[in-house]
Design a protein around this ligand. Structure first.
Ligand code: EPU
Length: 422
């Protein structure tokens, strides 16, 4: 298993190009199931999760070809509307094929995702919403089995019990081919949801309000092919911002959307970093923070546009080295503090009180061997390792490879001493 070896305490300096968003690429790829015509995605990140979804789609009979940052998908000869356990267990986002399959083919068999490292993560809202659209859905031998007795889904008003990102995406895709109007209330407002809607519109869908809490969809008979550039990855961007602040560097992100990062930018400003931005770039200067260190800043995760749960571990790494104490409260997932004990191995002072971590900043972290437990936790450990004195070995970085394109190369180009050990 690969590891990352980091010699820390080197401030990051320079420019870094942000890749397309993993969490947009996955629903966009699943949306290719809604048409028999080609869908071309550009600005695609080269990631394990993207390859995993590609394999899932080819297993169903779709054609998927990725060349660099471009993916061409065509679902004109689907032979099996099935997402088997072997795929779903490696990537929960596989459940995103459920809505498109039911809408276009009137049937689907998708293995029920189990719990994962960060929480139980049920998909009951995806199922309930599809039922409201007229699908018959039950769980059989660990699979979600869905069919459409009347042949076509029927538009409906759906209000999810909580805000769910992939749930909103699944139901929005399904509603595009339903008969009549659907309204999704309490919809997720994440930029990735809006990006999916933008591509669905290019495919001929009639959607209003994506990116707000109420999405209105007029179903159409069929969708056609489209070409779409994937929205930049705000979590990758945020990860580099945190790495720059933790190492007290000066980094400019290129190819990002600053407004998608507003809540994090506010927090980093509060911490003492200087942030400037233009249409598609952000510069963070943290080499002259008052007192030479970041100030501790508390945060509470919430749905977009709030502080992203996907940034909590990385922001915790920044706080580990700050002046003062911060309270970081996780409200989205019940078990997303697996990085805490690993950060403690690096010398951090953190106490867990229910769903809040109290981080007492220390002057120095010291390198150690740590184990990545999930994607964003891994990113938090890499940031801490970059800031720590001496050598840090981050084990199990296959988690990191799922969601960050060439992270160690991008960090090395910014001056980090980091290498993959096979
Ligand atoms: N939930 C339910 N029932 C459902 C759906 C969700 O109880 O049917 C609960 C979840 O258990 C959780 C909350 O609702 O407590 C929110 O979950 P959500 O459905 O929004 O999460 P998701 O769609 O499974 C996406 C991202 C995650 C990100 C979350 C929250 C993708 C592929 N994944 O997951 O990204 O953390 O939204 O923003 O878009 C990551 O990239 O590392 C990652 C985990």
């Amino acid at each position: 298993m690969d590891k990352l070896r980091i010699q820390g305490e080197r401030p990051l300096h320079g420019d870094v190009q942000i890749s397309g968003a993993k969490n947009a690429a996955l629903p966009l790829m699943a949306a290719s199931l809604l048409t028999d015509q080609p869908v071309v995605l550009t600005n695609a990140p080269e990631l394990m999760d993207v390859r995993t979804l590609g394999h899932l789609l080819t297993g169903m009979g779709a054609q998927v070809a990725q060349e660099g940052a471009s993916i061409r998908l065509q679902a004109d000869a689907i032979t099996a509307c099935v997402a088997p356990y072997e795929r779903v267990k490696t990537m929960r986002a596989s459940v995103l094929v459920l809505g498109p399959l039911v809408a276009r083919f009137g049937q689907a068999r998708v293995s029920l995702p189990g719990g994962c490292a960060i929480g139980a993560r049920p998909v009951d809202q995806h199922i309930k919403g599809l039922q409201q659209l007229g699908a018959e859905v039950h769980v059989e031998h660990g699979d979600i089995v869905a069919s459409v007795p009347r042949g076509r889904l029927k538009g409906a008003r759906i209000s999810t019990d909580m805000i769910t990102v992939t749930g909103t995406e699944n139901l929005m895709m399904a509603a595009c081919l339903a008969e009549g109007e659907s309204v999704i209330e309490n919809a997720a407002q994440e930029p990735e949801v809006a990006d999916l809607a933008a591509m669905l519109q290019k495919m001929g869908a009639r959607i209003d309000g994506a990116g707000t809490s109420r999405v209105r969809i007029q179903g159409v008979d069929r969708l056609h092919g489209a070409e779409h550039a994937i929205v930049p990855d705000r979590i990758e961007a945020g990860t580099f911002l945190c790495a720059a602040v933790a190492t007290r560097g000066d980094v400019t992100l290129r190819g990002c959307v600053p407004e998608h990062l507003d809540s994090l930018l506010d927090k980093l400003r509060e911490a003492g970093a200087t942030l400037t931005s233009g249409a598609d770039w952000i510069r963070v200067q943290a080499d002259a923070m008052p007192g030479g260190r970041a100030r501790a800043v508390s945060a509470r995760t919430s749905e977009y546009p709030g502080f992203a749960t996907d940034m909590q571990a990385q922001f915790m790494a920044v706080n580990c080295l700050a002046q003062g104490a911060a309270h970081l409260t996780e409200t989205i997932f019940e078990n997303r503090f697996m990085h805490v004990q690993e950060l403690v191995r690096l010398g951090a002072t953190i106490a867990i009180e229910g769903n809040t971590c109290v981080v007492q900043g220390v002057k120095r972290l010291s390198g150690a061997t740590v184990m990545a437990t999930d994607l964003r936790a891994s990113a938090g450990l890499v940031i801490a390792g970059l800031a720590a004195e001496g050598e840090t070995l981050v084990e199990r970085i296959y988690h990191l490879d799922r969601g960050y394109a060439g992270m160690e190369h991008k960090l090395a180009a910014l001056g980090a001493n980091i290498a993959r050990v096979r």
